[in-house]
Design a protein around this ligand. Sequence first.
Ligand SMILES: NC(=O)c1ccc[n+]([C@@H]2O[C@H](COP(=O)([O-])OP(=O)(O)OC[C@H]3O[C@@H](n4cnc5c(N)ncnc54)[C@H](O)[C@@H]3O)[C@@H](O)[C@H]2O)c1
Length: 323
Amino acid sequence: MKDFSGKIAVITGGGTGMGRELARQLVAEGCHVAMCDVSAEAMAETKRLSEVDRLPQGLRITSHIADVSDETQVLRFRDEVADRHDTDRIHLLFNNAGISGGGSILSDARERWERTFNICWGGVYYCTRAFLPMLQKATEAHIVNTSSVNGFWASVGPKVPHTAYSAAKFAVKGFTEALIADLRVNAPHIKCSVVMPGHIGTSIISNSRKIQSGNEGEVLTSEEIRQARIRLAATGTEVSTLADEDVQKLWAERVRRFREEAPTTAAAAATIILDGVKAERWRILVGRDAHRLDELVRQDPEHAYDLAFFENAAKEVGWRLGN
Ligand SMILES: NC(=O)c1ccc[n+]([C@@H]2O[C@H](COP(=O)([O-])OP(=O)(O)OC[C@H]3O[C@@H](n4cnc5c(N)ncnc54)[C@H](O)[C@@H]3O)[C@@H](O)[C@H]2O)c1
């Protein structure tokens, strides 16, 4: 698909981060957008930002509350899109919504683990199933599934458990790669891409915490402080002498650094993704760190989970993720 003008794009997780920037850039190219998210407030801000420049006549941006891990809500979202856009077809599906958390299958509650897995993988699966009939009706269409570098490297460091997210992101990558042949055989006018971003400057850390805990505020609950202590300890911080307020401050600093000190902004990431779709690339690596990590893992897969590999990779790509 070389031109998004006049097309209809569905974006999951359009409220913030890369989903928001995808919406803004698609709208700027004259594409109708239907987004879903669990936050109405965040979607209202995406809509406001997308409308800053005067919208072309008749362009529609619609917002829909839907949790992508719940198939009933996904089907309702699909029906609302058909209704509000007065259409039986869409051209682009961005399965972008995702959260982190549930790192350990041993020490995390099963509920947390499955929340992450069911959003990151289940959301992609349910939305693909739900929207396929509408994609089939278009003359050309594209499914864009967001995985991660954790879709080819299941780690954020050798001492930090990261199982739910990695399992889900590997599933997204495997599914999308297999979808290439399935679409070629059964619906050749639909293409697909898997997106593997490196570190992108978004609020995913705080958004994930809020979704996992249901605590919308910025002050951590005692359970969240406990979780933060475990994470800090895993990355080498002496936590026994830290007061809860210190943990709170370290957490806020981690959130800020992740967002503000990333090598790639969410806007730059969205441009790379959309350029990849136009070029019909099935694998879209986002950021120099993602490209380099891909090379490093391929060069030495046997040692990819060793401490030395992580230290070298972090130094090479300039990650300062720390705790
Ligand atoms: N930021 C990074 O460094 C990075 C790296 C690799 C992959 N990713 C992936 O990119 C995608 C976008 O992440 P981001 O960094 O822009 O994060 P973000 O938190 O800024 O945006 C994600 C959006 O998805 C929404 N969302 C979460 N759970 C949802 C659900 N159940 N149903 C509907 N919406 C939901 C959130 O409310 C949020 O608006 C995610 O799949 C993430 O895993 C991010």
